[in-house]
Design a protein around this ligand. Structure first.
Ligand code: TRP
Length: 361
């Protein structure tokens, strides 16, 4: 059997550089590698509602934002199935059955959920849907028999839980489900890109994001006011690389050819870092370089976005076709699941025959 990818994002805002280096860029490479038989990219609106129950409009408005971001980075609807989670009813059914295979204490141990509960001030009253979203995420992955789940590091606990559910299901019922493998970003700086303020993560609520849809001017402004080394006050001062956001971004984005083009005095990032550490290299110069690097990466994305924005109804058509295709695959898996679980009464001629005989006596 060929390899199958499933991954996705919650539509709670526009996608930013953290999403881009953490997963979007990789998805496009994987899509174009030709190594995957099928690729499913899901807009996880049902999951977004688990902690936005009172704000459905936000989720609704962001479907198109995320779809535009997907298409503009180069996800191609002729190669990847782009779809919306809530439109696949099989996902709900599958989650419902998985709930029997997971304990409350196991869910409580999920470090990502633990963290998110604190971040959302849910400690006193956690919505059940939110608490159980790792189960629904296991359904997302397994309904499509995904072998490969390209995600950021924070999603590792979800994949672990998915594997456990697969094991349990396959051993209790029948070997229907496929155990997925996670595919993490290969560059360390890409695993968790900090916000422009140096905080651990880009997040809309912290206002420290560079969005894929930002204009060139907005990007430049954000780069020029980025957090660097607070002790690096004068150009001549020795600077620190570690924890210096500008260098973390360069780790994630810069390539030797960028130096040739924009900063030919240095052969590569190591030389630039060495100079900064020694002293004598100002932040402004490094930031200008980073701006050039980012603009080069973002310009084609911006151009593609502008094209797609001209025909919004067509974006909805793309998503609708994606949902139809996803539902077809989902229905097939669900039927296998139901027969493994022996809840396929009307398709089971053996069952009806055996019982007829029993009662004929
Ligand atoms: N939890 C993911 C996020 O917050 C979104 C998501 C939902 C997902 N279902 C998934 C990712 C299945 C990978 C596989 O970004």
């Amino acid at each position: 059997m060929g390899k199958i990818i499933l991954t996705g994002d919650r539509p709670t805002g526009k996608l930013h550089l953290g999403h881009y280096v953490g997963s979007l860029k990789r998805r496009v490479e994987l899509q174009n590698s030709g190594e995957y038989e099928k690729i499913f990219i899901m807009i996880a609106d049902a999951q977004a509602l688990t902690d936005n129950a009172d704000n459905p409009e936000k989720v609704r408005q962001n479907i198109i934002e995320v779809a535009l971001d997907y298409l503009s980075v180069g996800l191609d609807p002729t190669k990847s199935t782009l779809f919306i989670q809530s439109q696949i009813q099989e996902l709900c059914e599958l989650s419902f059955y998985y709930m029997n295979l997971v304990t409350v204490s196991r869910l409580q141990r999920n470090p990502t959920v633990k963290n998110e509960i604190i971040m959302r001030n849910f400690e006193a009253s956690i919505p059940v849907g939110f608490f159980t979203y790792p189960i629904s995420q296991a359904a997302d992955i397994t309904l499509f028999k995904a072998t490969t789940v390209p995600v950021g590091e924070d999603q590792l606990p979800m994949i672990e839980q998915t594997k456990e559910i697969v094991h349990k299901f396959n051993s209790v019922y029948a070997p229907v489900l496929v155990e997925p493998d996670v595919l993490l970003p290969d560059n360390n700086a890409c695993k968790r890109l900090p916000g422009t303020d140096g905080k651990a993560k880009m997040s809309k609520s912290l206002g420290n994001c560079i969005y894929l849809s930002d204009s060139a001017d907005e990007v430049k402004k954000k780069v020029m006011s980025m957090y660097t080394d607070p002790e690096h006050l004068q150009v001549s001062d020795p600077g620190h690389i570690e924890g210096n956001t500008v260098f973390t971004y360069l780790d994630a984005f810069s390539r030797p050819e960028h130096f040739e083009r924009y900063l030919p005095d240095y052969a590569n990032l190591d030389e630039l870092k060495a100079h900064y550490t020694r002293g004598g290299l100002g932040d402004v110069k490094v930031k200008k370089f980073l701006n050039n690097v980012l603009q080069e990466e973002l310009e084609p994305i911006r151009q593609r976005r502008a094209e797609y924005e001209k025909d919004i109804p067509e974006i909805y058509n793309i998503l609708k076709r994606g949902c139809d295709a996803a539902r077809e695959v989902g229905a097939q898996t669900l039927s296998e699941v139901k027969s493994a679980m022996k809840i396929n009464y009307f398709d089971d001629a053996e069952l009806i025959k055996a019982q007829s005989e029993k009662y004929a006596k």
